[in-house]
Design a protein around this ligand. Sequence first.
Ligand SMILES: Cc1cc2nc3c(=O)[nH]c(=O)nc-3n(C[C@H](O)[C@H](O)[C@H](O)COP(=O)(O)O)c2cc1C
Length: 172
Amino acid sequence: METWDAIRARRNVRQYTDQPIPRDHLERILEAGRRAPSSSNWQPWDFVVVTDREQLVELAKAWPQGGRHIAQSAATITLVGREQEEERQRSWLYYDFGQATANMMITATDLGIGSGHSAVVDQEQAQRVLGFPDGYFAVVMIGLGYPADRPLRPILNPDRRPFDEVVHWDRW
Ligand SMILES: Cc1cc2nc3c(=O)[nH]c(=O)nc-3n(C[C@H](O)[C@H](O)[C@H](O)COP(=O)(O)O)c2cc1C
């Protein structure tokens, strides 16, 4: 897929087929995250990949309301960061994790793989399942799998605010 097509085709996919994701495609998605830009290139992330069904079911319990798709995913990548004391560092961390997430999701789309965010509300549950050290926290989970609803194709009319409302040329 062309980059422009992948950007337009990406959407949150929350229903997946049983088809597993080949290891080299998972690695490409992870590599796209690793290559993301970050503040002063501090690369504040670790990625924990889960493909085991029982572990995915347990991981989904970290956000029972919005993370149900994690239990059904073929794989889920959890982006883990260090807790930050300073507000400024925290805001950079979230910005950088957003960029890594977007890189991974666009790359997944390019491979025909659906992706869906889930917040992490129960950090203790995430830590129990994933085993990351104290002082770290799970920022977001990205469920991955081949879409069970419809294939990924560029969306002609996305559910977005109008272009002219969002964009300000020269001055607001
Ligand atoms: C920071 C963030 C957290 C999100 N958390 C969840 C979540 O917990 N569960 C979920 O189903 N979707 C979650 N989403 C997905 C958004 O609801 C989705 O991206 C938005 O509605 C736009 O839809 P689209 O991604 O299909 O274009 C999250 C998205 C972001 C950026």
